[in-house]
Design a protein around this ligand. Structure first.
Ligand SMILES: [Zn+2]
Length: 62
C-alpha cells in the first residue's frame, strides 16, 4: 500500500450503515450501504413503489 496517495475523503471511511462493512457500494439518502444491504434496501424500496403503483393505477387486485 502506498502512503503517498491522498485520500479524497478527509473524514472517516464510509461504512455500511446496516452491517458496518467498509465495502461501501451505494449512498442512499445520505447513508452508506454495502452491496448486500444496499441491494436489499433497493429491492424493498422498489417493492413499495410497485405496491403503490398498483394501488394507484390498477386498484385492489382482489
Ligand atoms: Zn451492509
Amino acid at each position: 500500500m502506498s502512503a503517498t496517495s491522498e485520500s479524497r475523503v478527509a473524514g472517516p471511511e464510509p461504512r455500511c450503515s446496516v452491517c458496518g462493512s467498509r465495502d461501501v457500494f451505494a449512498k442512499i439518502e445520505g447513508k452508506y450501504y454495502c452491496f448486500k444491504c444496499g441491494s436489499r434496501l433497493v429491492i424493498e424500496h422498489s417493492e413499495k413503489i410497485v405496491e403503490e403503483y398498483v394501488k394507484k393505477y390498477i386498484g385492489d387486485l382482489r
